[in-house]
Design a protein around this ligand. Structure first.
Ligand code: PHE
Length: 339
């Protein structure tokens, strides 16, 4: 019996824990209803009378040992918990949660949507990886047109028929395939061209194309729509001018300039001292394109226009370097508020 007591004594002395649940298990093991010491107390009756006193004293000693141990470990655990709690300085100001803002391209795209949606245009979408038909053929590009050249277009390897879209004009084809006139859409999207990255050009940018097809749509309608857009976007005092140009899918074609908002025509860096800033390409949809889409050019006519969103943003917010739009520098991006 004494061996058992010595062994229990060692066990109690050796026991260590930092865990309250484990400590409770320890308590139950010794002092619980069926615990080691409780059974030993029950055994007292069966011990010969002359040994009973010493045995009783020994068991009592063990009981005290267990109780002391429990108290001591409990104190240690509680002390540790309070020190961890005290380490948190509740008077410290919380870390501020930084508010994000919309990317300038998204901000300006929304502004452009707002202008055109008010006059009945709806947004249409299309894929960024396009086939030759939607990018060039249906848009009346002659086979030898330089845009079809590897130098301008990113072709998807192995298949010369598939490329990253060079303009969002491919969406107008997709719309005309599905929908009969009247058509009034704006087609936003990311576009890719194989160009050297400089302050003025990038291999990736964003465009918005517009397409309007109905009976009796004239060049004057186009000019008026674009004048309305320029005034809404850049201020009511803004004026426009159209310069003859060439696009395979429009005839006649034009480039549109707006009066320079910075120098008001006096001449500055933005307008290269001309007083005019170029912002978009436009023209009357070429009858060949309408024919490709099974739309009768004798019955319907229309106009299209296309602009770079980065370009519009540059003119609107006077940013100088197109690379800023793709570098994710927060100092630049934070200047544009979510709208
Ligand atoms: N697709 C032309 C471009 O990428 C822009 C454009 C669109 C011109 C529609 C005329 C009509 O430059």
């Amino acid at each position: 019996m004494n061996d058992k007591l010595t062994q229990l004594c060692k066990e109690i002395e050796k026991f260590q824990t930092e865990n309250l649940e484990e400590l409770d298990r320890f308590r139950l093991k010794f002092l619980g209803k069926k615990g080691e010491l409780t059974t030993l107390f029950d055994d007292i009756r069966s011990i010969p009378a002359e040994e009973r006193k010493t045995f009783g004293q020994n068991v009592n000693h063990l009981k005290n040992l267990v109780q002391e141990k429990i108290q001591q470990l409990k104190n240690a655990i509680e002390a540790k918990q309070t020190t961890t709690i005290e380490k948190i300085d509740t008077t410290c100001p919380a870390n501020s949660i930084e508010l994000g803002s919309r990317h300038p391209v998204s901000v300006v795209r929304k502004q452009i949507y707002d202008v055109f949606e008010k006059i009945g245009f709806v947004v249409a979408d299309g894929p960024e990886i396009e086939d030759d038909w939607h990018l060039f053929n249906a848009l009346n590009f002659p086979p030898e047109h330089p845009a079809r050249d590897m130098q301008d277009t990113f072709f998807v390897e192995k298949d010369p028929d598939i490329a990253l879209r060079t303009h969002t004009s491919s969406i107008q084809i997709r719309v005309m395939e599905k929908q009969k006139p009247p058509i009034r859409v704006i087609c936003p999207g990311r576009t890719y061209r194989n160009e050297v990255i400089t302050a003025r050009s990038h291999c990736m940018f964003h465009q918005i194309e517009g397409l309007y097809i109905d009976k009796n749509v004239s060049f004057a309608d186009m000019k008026q729509t674009l004048l309305h857009f320029a005034k809404e976007m850049f201020g009511t005092e803004t004026n426009i001018r159209l310069r003859p140009s060439y696009f395979p899918f429009t005839e006649p074609s034009a480039e549109m300039d707006i009066t320079c908002g910075i120098c008001k025509g006096k001449g500055c860096n933005l307008c290269k001292n001309s007083g005019w800033v170029e912002i978009l390409g436009c023209g009357m949809v070429d009858p060949n394109v309408l024919r490709n889409m099974n739309i009768d050019p004798n019955e319907y006519s229309g106009f299209a226009f296309g602009m770079g969103i980065e370009r519009i943003t540059q003119v609107l917010y006077k940013t100088k370097d197109i690379r800023l739009f793709f570098e994710n520098d927060l100092r630049f991006l934070k200047q544009f508020q979510a709208i």
